[in-house]
Design a protein around this ligand. Structure first.
Ligand code: EPZ
Length: 425
């Protein structure tokens, strides 16, 4: 299992390019299953989850060509398998995004029910209920979700999610694209990745309106064609590097990002004493203000409010802020596992249910710590960059799922970080 060895205390300076959004590339790759024509996706991030998603498409019978590392040309004409096996789904929950497209195009789909993960039980009941409203018959058979469209095609319906679900909204949008008639999704997720997926689907010939708002209308069509699309920048990677500049006391120019997707994060960081200048529509210049960091409370909420995927990184920053801040996690039931590892570095964090109380600034000292999930591992790297001495972070395979070449990018900014790969023996 790889580890990161970090020698902290060095302010980061320089420029980095943001990669494509993992959480947009995953549904967009799934959407290629809806068509017999070639769909070309640019700016696909080179991260573990996308390698897994590509393997899933190929296991189903699609062909995936990568003329360049971050360009995927997918043709799903040859798909003859309609099943996502447990071996794949257990490594990446986003495999459930194959359900909607397979059901819509082939009238059948079988996907292993994803287990929970470190941050929560993460059920998909809302996805399945929505498919039933679209006319599917859904059953659980030996741990697999088996879905069929008795009439061969789904039928448009009124779907109202009782909770905002990002991949649930994406799954239904894809399924409804080939259904008979109109589907309306109410209480839809509004994340930028939803809008990006809808843009791709409409390029393929779908008729989707309202993506990015809480009410989305989809008028089903007979077939979907090919398209070419560029994935939006990763807003969570962007937010992570904004925190990296602030927590190390350096200055970073973050290029190729989408500031319009990060309104709540930029506002909260500015409130906490981070200076963020928008040099142009895709470049941010960020540094800690000379007045230092100030403790500011935050609550995670669905977009456009503060994203849960930035909660762990923000907690690391608050360990260096003057005063006491409360961080309330409202999306997932177990997303504070980074807190105990930050405490091992010397942070002062108390957990009370879904609220973390952080008192700073704390002097962080290097130690051996362990990553538990994707965004927790980013939080630990940020804290290690700020800690005095050496920090050894174990289980960094988590970070490889969603951050492209994170060691190379950090080293280009002057970080003293190296990956230690243990021999299989
Ligand atoms: C997406 O997960 C993201 N993943 C997550 O990013 C992100 O944290 C999450 O949305 C929230 O923004 C991808 O897009 C691939 P949800 P998703 O369905 O869709 C409950 C990362 O770090 N729920 O919006 O799985 C669920 O348990 C990852 O990049 C149900 O109860 O999240 C959670 O409490 C982590 N039933 C809440 O809703 C359902 O059927 C929001 O989940 C579906 C969800």
């Amino acid at each position: 299992m790889d580890k990161f060895l970090v020698r902290g205390g060095r302010p980061l300076h320089g420029k980095i390019e943001i990669s494509g959004a993992k959480n947009s590339a995953l549904p967009c790759l799934a959407a290629t299953l809806l068509s017999e024509e070639t769909v070309t996706l640019h700016n696909v991030p080179y991260v573990k989850d996308l390698i897994t998603q590509r393997r899933l498409l190929e296991d189903l019978g699609a062909t995936v060509l990568t003329p360049e590392l971050r360009t995927h040309k997918v043709n799903a004409r040859g798909v003859q398998v309609f099943e996502a096996p447990y071996e794949l789904v257990k490594t990446m929950r986003a495999s459930v995004l194959a359900l909607g497209p397979l059901l819509a195009r082939f009238g059948q789909a079988k996907v292993s029910l994803p287990g929970g993960c470190a941050i929560g039980t993460r059920p998909i009941d809302l996805h399945l209920r929505a498919f039933e409203q679209l006319g599917a018959v859904v059953s659980l058979e030996s741990g697999d979700v088996v879905a069929r469209a008795p009439k061969g095609r789904l039928t448009g319906a009124e779907v109202e999610f009782e909770k905002v679900t990002v991949t649930g909204t994406e799954n239904v949008m894809m399924a409804a694209s080939l259904a008979d008639g109109r589907t309306t999704i109410r209480n839809a997720a509004c994340e930028p990745e939803i809008d990006d997926l809808a843009e791709l689907l409409n390029k393929m010939g779908a008729r989707i309106r309202g993506a990015g708002t809480t009410e989305i209308t989809i008028d089903g069509v007979e077939t979907l064609g090919g398209a070419e699309h560029t994935i939006i920048p990763d807003r969570i990677e962007t937010g992570t590097f904004l925190v990296a500049a602030a927590i190390t006391g350096g200055e970073i120019e973050v290029k190729g990002c989408g500031p319009e997707h990060l309104g709540a994060v930029i506002a909260k960081l500015r409130e906490a004493g981070v200076e963020i200048d928008e040099l142009n529509q895709s470049t941010l210049l960020v540094r800690r203000s000379s007045a230092g960091l100030k403790a500011c409370d935050v609550v995670t909420e669905p977009h456009p409010l503060f994203p849960t995927d930035m909660q762990a990184q923000y907690m690391a920053l608050m360990t260096q802020a003057e005063g006491t801040s409360t961080i309330v996690e409202t999306i997932f039931e177990n997303r504070f596992m980074h807190a105990s590892e930050l405490v091992r570095l010397g942070a002062d964090i108390q957990i009370h249910g879904n609220t973390a109380v952080v008192t700073g600034p704390s002097r962080l000292m290097g130690a051996k710590i362990q990553a538990s999930d994707l965004r927790a591992s980013a939080s630990l790297v940020l804290a290690a960059l700020c800690a005095e001495g050496e920090t050894l972070i174990d289980r960094v395979y988590h970070i490889d799922r969603g951050y492209e070449t994170i060691v190379r990018k950090l080293r280009s900014l002057g970080a003293d970080i190296e990956r230690i790969t243990e021999s299989p023996a």
